[in-house]
Design a protein. Structure first.
Length: 403
């Protein structure tokens, strides 16, 4: 099978995903075009060599609808011969776009792709597209549906993570992100978002709060306690699914959960033939990809079984992985991953994550893959694994290896 390589990865800053966020004035279309143009300019790329743009985008409605991927191609400086397709695997959409592109290359369906994703959560609110999993009672009852925040608290309860545990993790995420920004660790992939006059709108991740401490987080009320406990609350549904739990311990809040954010990211993927023709050297090869379905009530445990699956597929063990990026949807998700595999925190999310910087849904998977690659290069390590939990109970993962 043909090898698929990563030639470049870029991302915009993550802006605060609310109306007072700096990127609120910038549509998902423009964010996408900025990322595509950066890939083109940085690599002096003849975009006629690109087979397709595969673009993750979760809330595909309004200005983010109607195949945003193709719209982004037409808005960008890419040649109009490049096709575009938008995909939605919820929080892992950006990583799944990369995985699909890599597997197209490996299977011989084109020499090169650009994959990634976008979300403008300040302009197109999460959940505004509806969806049967929450809105159709027949499916919600069958699947014991609860909101993700309740799921994160189920994980904390079931696996023994206290309020102090999740808050301490969040404080560390903030510290790591602040240090990474100060030391320029994001500079290799980060592109500034500019207005039509070429003036910079945002050139740094907007939500990092380096002064976060246990005291400030301790003052925050649990975000999901009321919807869980007020009858008829979601806790009762969760306990129907998990009767061994006498009650749900509500420990998550805005400070130890991923922030709502705007942002985009793009990854240039191709085979060796493409690199030679374009005069580019590969930075890493995509060694394996995997996805899995998991129990939908607890919902967010997918990183564990999908990591087990991808390790088996690639003939590797957890000790063969030098660095990990596990999306910080909620603190308990990452704590459960470290618990399951006995992974030292020094090897995981070393530059912080979505708790500190935000989670632009369709883009995050591609963002953390680029962060992983940059950090492997910075530390002169070889192998990294990126994984995300996913709504409705799924997981996705990618293993990359430097070349």
């Amino acid at each position: 099978m043909t090898e698929a390589y990563i030639y470049d990865a870029v991302r915009t800053p993550r802006g605060k995903g609310k109306k007072d966020g700096t990127l609120h004035e910038v549509s998902a279309l423009r964010l996408s075009a900025e990322a595509l143009n950066a890939i083109k300019a940085r690599n002096d790329l003849d975009t006629r060599m690109i087979e397709d743009v595969i673009w993750g985008n979760v809330t595909q409605i309004g200005e983010q609808g109607a195949c945003l991927a193709r719209s982004a191609v037409l808005m960008s400086d890419f040649d109009e011969s490049v096709a575009g397709v938008s995909i939605n695997r919820f929080c892992a959409s950006g990583l799944e776009a990369v995985n699909l592109a890599a597997n197209q290359v490996r299977g011989g369906a084109g020499n090169a792709y650009v994959a990634g994703g976008v979300e403008s959560m300040s302009r197109v609110p999460m959940g505004s597209d509806g969806g049967a999993i929450a809105a159709d009672p027949s499916l919600a009852m069958k699947s014991y549906f609860v909101p993700q925040g309740i799921s994160s608290d189920i994980i904390a309860t079931r696996y023994g993570f206290s309020r102090d545990d999740v808050d301490a993790y969040a404080v560390e995420s903030q510290k790591r992100a602040a240090r990474a920004r100060e030391e320029g660790r994001f500079a290799k992939s980060l592109i500034a978002v500019k207005d039509i006059n070429g003036l910079t709108i945002l050139d740094h991740d907007e939500q990092i709060r380096p002064d976060t401490d246990m005291q400030s987080l301790g003052s925050l009320k649990p975000s999901f306690k009321d919807i869980g406990e007020v009858m008829p609350g979601f806790d009762a549904i969760a306990i129907m699914k998990y009767p061994e739990l006498e009650r749900i311990n509500h420990v998550h809040h805005a400070g130890n959960s991923s922030g709502i954010a705007d942002g985009a990211a793009a990854v240039l993927i191709g085979n060796r033939e493409f690199g030679e023709a374009a005069g580019l050297k590969p930075r890493a090869r995509i060694r394996a990809t995997a996805k899995i379905g998991t129990e939908p009530t607890i919902m967010l445990t997918g990183p564990v079984p999908v990591t087990e699956k991808i390790l088996k597929l690639s003939g590797m063990e957890i000790g063969d992985i030098d660095l990990f990026e596990v999306n910080e949807a909620f603190a308990s998700v990452v704590l459960r991953f470290m618990q399951a595999f006995d992974v030292d925190h020094d090897r995981l999310n070393v530059n912080g994550g979505a708790i500190a910087m935000g989670h632009p849904l369709g883009a995050t998977g591609a963002i953390i893959l680029g962060t992983l690659l940059d950090e492997l290069e910075r530390q002169d390590k070889q192998v990294g694994l990126a994984t995300l939990c996913i709504g409705s109970g799924m997981g996705a993962a990618t293993i990359i290896e430097r070349v």
